[in-house]
Design a protein around this ligand. Structure first.
Ligand code: G1P
Length: 314
């Protein structure tokens, strides 16, 4: 089995922070979101990964390299324009070489990983497996309707104005090679994109076996700033305390706090959950709960909480 990670797109909903960086590289608890996807795939026993890249490909390539850091092999698949998720599948046909694959949207975070879900897909012999989650604002997502009697998916609708259910499509999908028939048959949607939702509907309509699994752990599509901060909050909450930097006698550190190597905390209070990367200076400052401060940052004479601080891009 292979994997396809989608890391194109312009991240317009995250502006201004994505003017300088790919949205998939924004750190959650000091780790780029995209790395959580690669780790989840690797932990499911898949090491042959294609990453679909667009305008921000130089940054993505620099961050992920050839995959050695994860014991994986990464192949980059350039997409000439963001023409939709199903278009990204289309351009990966040669790379997949007939194998089944997991498609993972690079801005999605699935807390419990995907190993169990990949096993379920493999064991079930399905043509496709989709993950669903109950959400408060279904109209922001692809929405699934299930048959009341059998529980099978009968309809999928991309960002419907009037959702029929609160079951959103999670950005992790499993497909066998029949998905290529579907992505080649569908037409662009009203927003001009080839929608993966329409491709899966094609599989359903043509009697392919599409299995769905409602996940109960948390999942986040970090497409918007508030979701990014919430993901950061949730990941930080699971943090273990580890202080590698220096903390002077005038400072105090409370709760789950990580401080990276070469960092200095001077006359400051840090109240966790919080993470501070390597080579930072925190001086005469208060760092409050749910804060991530990236590498090489200086926080001086300030109070900050519930925030993600990025490194300075020169
Ligand atoms: C995409 C899919 C949508 C899915 C969502 C999950 O939307 O089109 O069906 O629910 O990912 O993250 P996008 O976030 O690209 O608009």
């Amino acid at each position: 089995m292979k994997a396809l990670v989608l890391s194109g797109g312009r991240g317009t909903r995250l502006r201004p922070i994505t003017h300088t960086s790919a949205k998939q590289l924004v750190p959650v608890a000091n780790k780029p979101i995209l790395f959580y996807a690669i780790e989840a795939i690797r932990d499911a026993g898949i090491t042959d990964i294609g990453i679909v890249v667009g305008d921000t490909q130089a940054e993505i390539r620099r961050a992920c390299g050839n995959g050695d850091d994860w014991g994986c092999k990464i192949t980059y698949l350039p997409q000439e324009a963001p023409l939709g998720l199903a278009h990204a599948v289309k351009i990966s046909e040669e790379f997949m070489a007939g194998e089944p694959f997991v498609m993972y949207l690079g801005d999605n975070l699935v807390k419990d990983g995907i190993a169990g879900l990949v096993d379920e897909y493999r064991a079930g012999g399905y043509n496709a497996q989709i993950l669903l989650a109950h959400v408060p604002r279904p109209k922001d997502f692809g929405v699934a309707e299930l048959d009341a009697a059998t529980g099978r998916v009968i309809r999928l609708e991309e960002k419907p104005a009037e959702p029929k259910t609160d079951l959103a499509l999670v950005g992790v999908y499993m497909f066998d090679r029949n998905i290529f028939e579907a992505v080649n048959a569908i037409k662009p949607s009203a927003r001009g994109e080839l929608e993966i939702t329409d491709a899966i509907q094609y599989l359903i309509d043509h009697d392919y076996n599409v299995h769905s699994h409602v996940i109960d752990g948390w999942w986040k599509d970090t497409g918007r700033l508030e979701d990014m901060l919430e993901a950061n909050r949730i990941v930080l909450d699971g943090l273990l305390r580890k202080i590698d930097g220096e903390v002077d006698a005038a400072s105090s550190i409370h709760g789950k706090v990580r401080i990276g190597k070469g960092s200095r905390v001077v006359n400051s209070v840090i109240r966790g959950p919080a993470i501070i990367g390597d080579n930072c200076v925190i001086e005469n400052a208060y760092v409050g709960p749910f804060t991530s401060i990236y590498y090489n940052c200086v926080v001086r004479g300030s109070e900050i909480e519930h925030s993600i601080v990025l490194e300075v891009v020169r």
